[in-house]
Write a protein that binds this ligand. Structure first.
Ligand SMILES: [Fe+2]
Ligand SMILES: [Fe+2]
Length: 206
């Protein structure tokens, strides 16, 4: 079979749906490569800053990596603004939706809400904006993690002089994350928190 015969889904046969499932699995295998390509496309979005959105993404991931953050954190930092192209009004939720089946819940939550947390840094300069929008998330177990994510990796990563690692450096991490079994409880680890930095990890061990 090269393609199905049906023109309405309700007319498809078991054989056709098995054929499509196999196709879908093959397509899924290339998610990481598609995301890396989408990141390169970010180079063309949002002018006005000293660095491009791709530069900002790579710099965020570089800082996460140098802080000793684990793979879930580093990949989340790399992809946190990938929604800028198609979802300018909810780019955080868009990125979180992509990450959700494959990284820790803690990381997904921080990516999903980082837009509200980032307001802390510029909300007071904009008419009608709420600088303390993040306060609506105070009850979350991940509040401090997102505050730190934004302080260390997001708001700090607009520096054209910073020594970024190349995007290729992060490709194997993106490949590893998106090759995981989706929604694996051992990955999602609902409610569990991993520190963002080596220093915090060391302090926890004492
Ligand atoms: Fe963002
Ligand atoms: Fe960002």
């Amino acid at each position: 079979m090269e393609r199905v015969n049906f023109t309405q889904m309700k007319d498809g046969t078991k054989e056709e749906y098995e054929f499509l499932t196999a196709h879908e699995i093959d397509h899924t295998r290339h998610t990481a490569q598609r995301l890396l390509k989408a990141l390169v496309d970010l180079d063309e979005s949002l002018s006005g800053y000293q660095i491009t959105r791709l530069g900002h993404s790579v710099q965020s991931a570089t800082r996460a990596w140098r802080d000793g953050a684990d793979t879930d954190w580093v990949v989340s930092a790399l992809l946190h603004d990938i929604g800028d192209i198609y979802a300018p009004y909810n780019h955080d939720e868009y990125a979180a939706t992509i990450l959700k089946p494959f990284v820790r819940e803690q990381c997904t939550w921080c990516v999903a809400t980082h837009g509200d947390f980032q307001m802390l840094y510029y909300g007071h300069h904009l008419d009608g904006a709420d600088q303390h929008k993040r306060d609506r998330h105070r009850d979350s177990a991940y509040f401090d993690d997102c505050a730190e994510f934004c302080e260390r990796w997001d708001q700090a990563s607009f520096n054209p002089e910073y020594d970024d690692l190349p995007l290729d450096f992060f490709a194997p991490m993106v490949e590893e994350v998106f090759a995981r079994t989706p929604y694996d409880a051992a990955v999602i680890r609902s409610g569990e928190r991993e520190p963002l930095t080596n220093a915090e990890r060391a302090a926890q061990r004492q």
